[in-house]
Design a protein around this ligand. Structure first.
Ligand code: GAL
Length: 679
């Protein structure tokens, strides 16, 4: 696979999005106008057919793809590519009525009724058969169309199904996983507890809401199974469109969601060629600043970029205006759309795409933003911002395929997240694993370091610093990799809750962090204290190479025993006052830092700066209100400076008002070009 997302450089960044011509087939005038409007907006791609099954196959066995082909023809004549989706995201009514098993069953064992979307059973043979037929017909109809750029498999896979088919499939999955050895499963799941033992795989049920939920290994494996089932389903759809179009060169993707906890995206990512995702940050909310929303959005891009290291990704959906499903659907202020789009590009996306090109006239999404509003013209603020985005992308077209090689990484793992959320103990509402990872990532970003976000299972090569927040679930292999990484010269920062359990939720014995990591860090975590929001404590920094001020402690504080680590900071209060709270140990050629308590990211800024220095990572010296990114290849590099603050900031001699940005292109020949992106 080439580093380019489409398998080949197409010489332009993709600017486009979901387009639903099937909603307007009785309005040829509108379909005609759309092409002109797309051209005016600098749009060169349309994502088609995401939920079109009931138009493709209105009655069982009767197929209509002529309209799709016609639309693709017209788009292509106008140099607009098509990304075509398989329609498994929503089903026609006839199918649910005739074959009820295709509808999902919820956690109480109750089957859904027909309607809505994203609610098919992944294990149903009938559904596989039906999707196999429609995907085949679709591939045969338009698979060789010259305008076809990519397959978009289904839409935002998600949810769970607890039907009998899924239950049986889960049992089969477990049989394979545990080598048909029920005793091994009993051992790994610690079922000799509340009489939870199983005598055979046929006794195992999914963790129904009104059933067995006390076995942590079962709960975790059910989530892994759901991921496996989605990946298997995606593979089936991918094989089908490839086989029946005969086009093995057309890449495939499936659109992912922001910090979605239902699927381990790293597993799903292995099925597809290119990562794509849908981003809808809640700008201008009443909880955080614009800068905070932007930095979290940048983290989200890094998380997606990390799913296929070394490749650009796609921003498959975003709204050019408002969404319609948030608590408050506030308008994006002028300039936000352009800066948000630039952020995606700066973070490694080769596309800016929208949901949706034209607003639908009725049904659930009629008031969701679109490039073209119900007024139907180009004379709107949103349209103008989209057109300006298109023009900006044209100017930036040679960033296509360029990359960012990060020197720092933050670990983030889905099954660790599930394990943290699923376990007893701690506090119910403050576990906050993603938020904690985001906190470290944001702080690095504020220090001018753009980190990758990777899994503990990914290779660590190329990184000088790895931050492993709350690595509660620790596999032996990951522990060995960390040992090797640090002993060969890497720097790691581990935190409270590290290495408590293995991949089946069994506690590591012999001291946390387990699997040998307590030797790497030189400490043993003996107890963990859960703090009420009103409790106070602090870490006093005692080694002034790492800063001077006290750090506020909140939520979690481990009481640790120092074996052979050096103390950087101690607690200031409670019975563990004066005991170590922040340590480091030189291990082999590297260094292992341990932060035993949760602190405000802001407080650890100086410490993190010192850690970066010691790890030899050069931070870009930018003012706090500037978000910095870089993309490069052998011929050029691009530096992106986004003013996400409320103040005017001067960068490289250029005054940037709030929400303005500067892009600097430096050629290998020494040429420098400045591009200012205004509000
Ligand atoms: C996405 C979905 C789209 C559309 C959009 C609205 O999650 O894939 O089909 O519903 O949300 O924001």
């Amino acid at each position: 696979m080439s580093k380019y997302i489409f398998g080949r450089p197409i010489g332009k960044l993709i600017h486009g999005g979901d387009y639903n011509p099937e909603q307007w087939l009785d309005r040829p005038d509108i379909l005609k106008a759309d092409i002109e409007l797309m051209k005016k907006a600098g749009i060169n791609e349309a994502t088609l057919g995401v939920f079109s099954w009931s138009v493709y196959e209105p009655r069982e066995g009767e197929f209509h793809f002529e309209w799709l082909k016609e639309v693709m023809d017209r788009l292509y004549e106008n140099e607009i590519y098509s990304i075509v989706a398989t329609p498994s995201g929503a089903r026609p009514a006839w199918m649910d009525l005739k074959y009820p098993e295709v509808m999902r069953v919820d956690g109480m064992g109750i089957r859904n009724r027909h309607g809505m979307r994203h609610n098919h059973c992944l294990s149903s043979e009938v559904f596989r058969e039906k999707i196999g037929i429609i995907d085949r017909k679709l591939a045969e109809s338009i698979g060789s169309h010259p305008g076809l750029l990519m397959w978009h498999i289904s839409n935002e896979f998600g949810g769970e199904c607890f039907c009998d088919n899924c239950k049986n499939r889960f049992r089969e999955y477990l049989r394979v996983k545990f080598n048909n050895d029920i005793e091994e499963l009993n051992r790994q799941w610690w079922t000799t507890f509340w009489s939870a033992r199983y005598e055979s795989f046929d006794e195992i049920e999914p963790p129904y809401d009104n059933g067995q939920r006390a076995v942590m290994g079962l709960n975790l494996e059910w989530k892994r199974f759901t991921t496996w089932n989605f990946a298997d389903f995606a593979a089936f759809e991918i094989d089908t469109v490839r086989k029946y179009s005969g086009r093995y060169d057309i890449p495939v993707t499936t659109n992912m969601m922001k910090q979605y906890d239902g699927i381990d995206y790293r597993v799903l990512a292995k099925q597809i060629d290119t990562i794509s995702w849908d981003s809808y940050p809640e700008f201008h909310n009443d909880r955080e600043s614009y800068a905070d929303t932007m930095r979290e959005s940048a983290f989200d891009h890094a998380l997606m970029r990390g799913l296929k290291r070394g490749q650009p990704f796609m921003l498959m959906e975003s709204t050019p205006g408002v969404v319609n499903w948030m608590e408050y659907n506030k308008l994006r202020r002028p300039g936000v759309h352009i800066q948000f789009s630039l952020q995606a590009l700066a973070s490694g996306s080769d596309t800016v795409q929208y949901f949706q090109f034209r607003k639908s006239r009725g049904s659930a999404e009629q008031f969701h933003g679109g490039v073209v509003d119900h007024v139907g013209t180009d004379d709107t603020r949103v349209f103008r911002e989209v057109a300006r985005t298109g023009a900006m992308m044209k100017e930036l077209s040679d960033i296509e395929g360029t990359l960012w090689n990060a020197k720092a990484a933050v670990l983030f793992d889905w099954d660790n997240w599930w394990a943290i959320e699923g376990t007893g103990g701690f506090a119910k509402t403050t576990r906050n694993y993603p938020q904690t990872c985001i906190g470290y990532w944001k702080m690095l970003s504020e220090l001018g370091v753009e980190a990758d976000v990777i899994s503990a299972e990914d290779p660590f090569d190329g990184y000088s610093l790895i931050i492993a927040p709350m690595m509660f679930l620790l596999r032996e292999e990951a522990a060995d990799k960390i040992k090797e990484y640090v002993s060969c010269g890497g720097t790691i920062l581990g935190t409270y809750m590290m290495g408590y359990i293995n991949e089946n939720c069994l506690c590591h014995l012999g001291g946390f962090p387990g699997a040998g990591l307590s030797d790497v860090f030189g400490i043993i975590s003996e107890e963990i204290d859960t703090l009420y929001p009103t409790d106070t404590n602090a870490i006093r920094i005692t080694d002034d190479r790492f800063g001077k001020s006290d750090w506020t402690v909140k939520d979690y504080a481990e009481v640790i025993k120092v074996k052979d680590a050096n103390i950087i900071g101690v607690y200031t209060q409670d019975y563990y006052r004066d005991l170590a709270a922040l340590t480091y140990k030189e291990y082999g050629k590297g260094v292992a830092y341990y932060q035993a308590a949760r602190c405000n990211p802001e407080d650890i800024r100086e410490f993190l700066g010192a850690v970066l220095d010691a790890a030899g990572i050069e931070a870009k010296d930018v003012p706090k209100g500037i978000e910095y990114h870089r993309r490069r290849d052998d011929e050029k590099s691009y530096d992106f400076y986004l003013n996400i603050s409320d103040d005017t900031i001067t960068i490289e001699g250029c005054e940037l008002a709030p929400k303005e940005s500067l892009v600097v292109r430096t050629g290998a020949d020494g040429s420098v070009r400045h591009m200012r992106v205004t509000v």
